[in-house]
Structures are given as structure tokens and as C-alpha cells.
Design a protein around this ligand. Sequence first.
Ligand code: P6P
Length: 327
Amino acid sequence: MTQTTLRQHLHASNTDRDLLMLLEDIATACRMIADRVRHGAFAGVLGAAETENVQGETQKELDVISDEIFQEIVGGNPNLAALVSEEVDEVNWRKQAPQAGDFVVYYDPLDGSSNLDVNLSVGTIFSIVRLKEAVPTEASAVQIKGTEQIAAGYAIYGPSTGLVVTVGQGVVGFTHHPGSGEFLLTQPAMSIPEQTQEFAINASRYDLWEAPVRRYIDDCLRGANGRRGKKFNMRWCASMVADVHRILTRGGVFLYPKDSGNAGQGGKLRLMYEANPMGMLVEQAGGAASTGTGRIMDVAPTGHHQRVSVILGSRDEVAEIERYYTE
Ligand code: P6P
């Protein structure tokens, strides 16, 4: 059986050469992050870094290390105008005079890092846009809508290290092969079933949810005797990468809606480097990604760390949830 590497697949898909090189740099950074994550316990880096990120969250040592790796490896790409990191307040401009054709990469270097101490899956999420014109090195220049993404993906550091990517031609999954060090093609066409009986939500926030979300979950929990007429299962990994990977693999719906606990911030998850890339992946796999009242990728950014409600996954189930918002 022939094995296909990331480079061979992207080349066979006629991926733009500069984008192919950038995706290879991102894959290299993810392999290095995977290595640090897997050896974290022996390197004394599992504890907190005693620093806070721009979100006000205590950083894990590995959050900081992962961001540094990404900056060092991807930051060296010759066609990169800027890096926007969950861990860093300011935009990291790599060029003093960004030109049309240069890339901007938005990323969460280690998503779900609260799972590290308990050895559960974490990941790296990335989103890529290509500048259509020269821009000033000002933060407003990277407030680019999700519909402008040309590629998105994530690495998942679980029982195996996976890389899931879209360049706008569907969603493809690779698995890291320790012997060769390569990401080899293992899921050529990831597709989300239109219907599901499985939802993912942090149910401890029940009392904070808006009425449409509470009514939707109540109906799911009523099962076959309720309005939905079928039984639902629940999963919650506290790692968006893990929950989305499950949904891309077998279907489901993921909800992190704005609630009375996070309404002041606009929600919990970040638009530019969580919701938008996952939204592109889910749509490319036949699913839907909504704020509850509109398409995530249509949200016009007002800041590169802004937050947004996230409801994504099986297309028919997302549409059902949107109906709860309109009722
Ligand atoms: P909670 C991880 O911190 C994250 O950003 C996502 O990966 C995950 O889905 C969510 O937050 C978990 O949030 O409220 O369950 O801790």
C-alpha cells in the first residue's frame, strides 16, 4: 500500500507553492510541539508558567513553549506578514511593509492546555489568510473575516499525533508516523454526517445559558419521549480540538454559546484562531458553523482576540439549534 506524505498530497492537489511551504512549516512546528507535549512530564514543564496570557488565563509552561516554537519555526517563513497568537496580545509583524500575497497566520499554540496535567488530548489550531493588498503594520489590518481564509487546520496530540487540514478542497487527515517523522495520509476525505444524536457542551453552565440553548438541551435530554423523538448521547473533552476531531470523524454538534457568565466578553472561544478555522474545517466537511443567529465566518472582526458564540457540527442539527434561537 503506498503511503502519501503531507507534501505529496498538497502537491497532488495543485496547492499554491508558497502555501504548501507554509503548511509544511506549520507541520514542522506541530511535530516539535508534539515532542515537547509527550515528554512534558520528564522536562518539568507540566506545571503553570506563573504568567498570564492576554486572556488573563494562567499559562502552562507548555503554552509558552509551544508559542515560542511556532514563532521560531513558522515565523521564519519568507512569505509571512504577521503571526496572531492566542498567547500574545500584540500582532507579531514579521515584515515592515506587508505586501499583497503575503500570509497572516492566526493560531492557538496549545488549545485545551488545562488537560495537560491529566494526560488528555490537546492540540494546535491554525488559520491562514492571504493579503489582497499592501497593509500598514496596524492591528486593524489583521481583522479579516473568516470567509477570507484560504486554509485552516489543527494538530491533535492524542493517543496518536494527527494533522487535519483544509485548503478549500475538502478536509484531509494525516497521522504522524514516528519511524519516518512524516505526517502520512490516513483520512483522505473527512465528512460530517448531516444528522447526529450526540452533543458536546459544558453542562455545568446550565444556569448561565440563554433560553434557546437551555430549551434545546432540555429537549435532547427528554430523548425519545420528547420533542426530538430520539435519544441523545453527550461528550465533553474540554478541548475544542478533541471535540471537533470527534465530530469530523463521526458527526455530532459542539456548543460553546455566549451565556450570562461570559456575555461581557462576547463568549468564551476566540473568533480568529478557534471559531474561524474550525468553522472552515466543519463547512468543508459538509457541516455548519453558526453563532446561533448567523454564520461564524461572516462575523466582521473588531479585534484579533475577540470572542464569539460557537455552535458547529452536523448540518441538520445546527439548523435545528438555530430554530430554537428564532422561535
Ligand atoms: P471549559 C480550552 O480552554 C477551550 O478554549 C476549548 O478548547 C474548550 O472547548 C473550552 O475552552 C473548554 O471550556 O469551560 O469546559 O473549561
